[in-house]
Design a protein around this ligand. Structure first.
Ligand code: NAD
Length: 246
């Protein structure tokens, strides 16, 4: 059974991706800093007949990343699929943005991708095969009050292309997805509970498919890029936006 690690899989896009990969026959390490949330996802997968372990770790912490990957290898086997999904926002206009806002968002949304890729590489290298899927965002194109988030998500696209070139000769593909507006706790928090329904209506009206995205929409695209049969696609950033171009 192939083994996948999905970061930030306690809820939202990560949880949907973990379930989808399990449905595709993979054993899944559900990694999240929120231990009860990762346990919930792992339990859901197990109750549907899949194999999953919950791993509590902060992806921005190099020691925890190293230990988490070692634990996955020990409990499930060598991780050959990595989905770097964990993400946070800390939105503010530039004039009010603090160094902590910057460091938090760049740490979780970009540096952690580097840490996770580096930690799984020996396993993929030994096997001569691997799939890495990074979660970027259409925000990489630029949105107001998100300089930290946009810089991180644009950085993820550069990292994806660099690693695709570097690791391709070793049988490892590296791609990214760039979701548009997906209804999750992240977008609910950004809009505020009261504004969430309205925000979704506004985005849906501007979207050719006339709806906002769901975690399952993104999970399905990630699962495709993580599949054995997607081995000639690498270094790509796939928008999952319902046709919205910005
Ligand atoms: P979410 O906030 O619902 O879930 C994020 C998960 O990541 C949570 O379970 C959280 O505990 C975990 N996490 C956060 N920091 C972590 C850390 N340091 N270590 C380990 N786990 C951590 O978010 P979501 O909407 O499901 O987003 C998932 C990814 O998709 C993120 O990278 C986000 O930037 C990206 N994205 C989301 C949207 C959207 O509209 N929701 C759009 C584009 C991109």
């Amino acid at each position: 059974m192939r083994v996948a690690i999905v970061t930030g899989a306690g809820r939202g896009i990560g949880a949907a991706t973990a379930s989808r990969l399990s449905a595709h026959g993979l054993a899944v390490a559900v990694l999240d800093r929120d231990k009860p949330a990762s346990e919930r996802t792992a339990t859901d997968i197990a109750s549907s007949g899949g194999t999953a372990v919950a791993i509590a770790a902060d992806v921005a912490n190099p020691a925890q990343v190293k230990d988490a990957v070692a634990l996955v290898a020990e409990q499930l086997g060598p991780p050959l699929v990595l989905v770097n999904n964990a993400g946070v926002t800390s939105d503010r206009p530039l004039a009010e943005m603090t160094e902590d806002d910057w460091d938090l968002v760049l740490g979780v949304n970009l540096r952690a991708h580097f840490l996770m890729c580096r930690a799984v590489l020996p396993h993929m290298r030994r096997e001569g095969w691997g799939r890495i899927v990074n979660v970027s965002s259409m925000a990489a194109n630029g949105t107001a009050n998100q300089a930290n988030y946009c810089a991180a998500k644009a950085g993820v696209q550069g990292l994806t292309r660099a690693l695709a070139v570097e690791l391709g000769p070793e049988g490892i593909t590296v791609n990214a997805v760039a979701p548009g507006y997906i209804a999750t706790e992240m977008t609910e928090t950004s809009a505020g509970k009261a504004g969430f329904a309205r925000a979704q209506r506004v985005v849906a009206a501007q979207t050719p498919m006339r709806r906002v995205g769901t975690p399952a929409d993104v999970a399905e695209t990630i699962a495709f890029l993580a599949d054995v049969d997607s081995g000639f696609i690498t270094g790509q950033v796939v928008p999952v936006t319902g046709g919205l171009m910005v």
